[in-house]
Design a protein around this ligand. Structure first.
Ligand SMILES: Cc1cc2nc3c(=O)[nH]c(=O)nc-3n(C[C@H](O)[C@H](O)[C@H](O)COP(=O)(O)O)c2cc1C
Length: 284
C-alpha cells in the first residue's frame, strides 16, 4: 500500500494495529508515512510509541478518538474473525482455498515475525491486543499537543461541538469520520455532518473526511461540502487484497480519474472551483 500510495503521490497512514512495522513502511515510502495512534491506558508506553514513530521521520500524527468501546461487529462473529487468530475448520478451509494469499501474506508473517503480531505494541501484548479509547480525555489531547511538534489530527469527529473543541485545543486538523460505520451502526454519515463542521471551522483547521468514499464523485461531494481532502480505507484495501501493490495503485488511479471526470461534468477546471454551488441538496 505504501508503494502504491507513493506512486500516486499521496501519503499512507499506518495504524497502531498494523502487522507491518512503521520502520518497514517508512523505508518503502517516498514521503514520510502518517501514523494513526491509539492512546493506550498505559500512557508511558503510548509516549514511547510516539518517540519511535518520530524517530523514523513521521510528521503527521493522527489520534483516533472514536472508539470509547469496541464496536459490535456481528459479521466478525459470523465469519469467525478474531484476534488472536482462532483456528477453526472454516478458517482452515478459507486458508486452503487462498494459497497465494496464504504464502504472500500469512507466510511472510510466519517467516519474519513468527506468526501474526502487532509490532507497535509493547512486548507481551503483541499477539492479543485490543484498542479502545475509553480513558482518553481532552486533557490527553492537550498533552499530546505539547509533546508532538508535527501536525496533529483527531480522527473520528462527528459532532460540531467536538470540532470546535478540537480547534480550541490547538490541533492542526480533524478527520470527520464514523470509522467506516464499523463502530456504531446508528452513527450519522460524515457527509451529513460535514457542512456544519466545515462552515464553523474550515478557515482555521484542516478538515478531512473518511468513511464511504468509493468513487471519485464521492470525493467531489466531500470537497464541495467543505472538506480539504479525504482519506480512503476499504477501496484501496480491496485493490490490495485482489492485486497487491498494482491493485491498490489501480484503485487510487481510478478514484483520481473519476474525480477529474466529475469535475469536468460539473464545470470545474480547478479544485478551488469545487464548492457547494455545484450540488443539489434534497431538503425532504
Ligand atoms: C480492516 C480495517 C481496519 C481498520 N483499522 C483501523 C485502525 O486500526 N485505526 C483506525 O483509526 N481506524 C481503523 N479503521 C477505520 C479506517 O481508518 C477508516 O476510518 C475507514 O475504513 C474509512 O472508511 P472506508 O473504509 O469506507 O473508506 C479500519 C478500517 C478497516 C476496514
Amino acid at each position: 500500500m505504501a508503494r502504491a500510495a507513493s506512486r500516486v503521490g499521496v501519503p499512507v497512514c499506518v495504524s497502531t494495529m498494523s502487522v507491518a512495522p512503521i520502520e518497514d513502511i517508512a523505508a518503502a515510502s517516498t514521503s514520510p508515512p502518517w501514523f494513526q495512534l491509539y492512546v493506550w491506558d498505559d500512557r508511558e508506553a503510548t509516549y514511547g510509541l510516539i518517540n519511535r514513530v518520530k524517530s523514523v521521520g513521521v510528521e503527521v500524527l493522527v489520534v483516533t478518538v472514536d472508539g470509547p468501546v469496541n464496536g459490535n461487529r456481528e459479521y466478525n462473529i459470523r465469519n469467525g474473525f478474531g484476534f488472536p487468530f482462532q483456528p477453526s475448520a472454516k478458517a482452515l478451509l478459507d486458508i486452503a482455498r487462498h494459497p497465494s494469499w496464504t504464502i504472500s501474506v500469512l507466510g511472510r508473517q510466519v517467516v519474519y515475525r513468527k506468526g501474526i503480531a502487532l509490532p507497535h505494541f509493547p512486548e507481551g501484548r503483541q499477539r492479543g491486543a485490543i484498542c479502545t479509547t475509553a480513558s482518553l480525555t481532552w486533557d490527553d489531547i492537550r498533552t499530546l499537543r505539547g509533546l508532538w511538534r508535527g501536525k496533529l489530527l483527531l480522527k473520528g469527529i462527528l459532532h460540531p461541538a467536538d470540532a470546535q473543541f478540537a480547534r480550541k485545543v490547538g490541533v492542526d486538523g480533524i478527520i470527520v469520520s464514523n470509522h467506516g460505520a464499523r463502530n456504531l451502526d446508528s452513527a450519522p454519515s460524515p457527509l451529513e455532518m460535514l457542512p456544519t463542521i466545515a462552515n464553523e471551522n474550515g478557515d482555521e483547521i484542516a478538515i478531512l473526511l473518511d468513511s464511504g468514499i468509493r468513487r471519485g464523485s464521492d470525493i467531489f461531494k466531500a470537497l464541495a461540502c467543505g472538506a480539504h481532502g479525504v482519506m480512503v480505507g476499504r477501496a484501496p484495501l480491496w485493490g490490495l487484497a485482489a492485486g497487491g501493490e498494482q491493485g491498490a495503485y489501480d484503485i487510487l488511479c481510478l478514484l483520481l480519474r473519476e474525480l477529474d471526470r466529475t469535475m469536468g461534468h460539473a464545470g470545474c477546471c480547478d479544485l478551488n472551483d469545487v464548492d457547494q454551488s455545484r450540488l443539489v441538496f434534497d431538503d425532504t
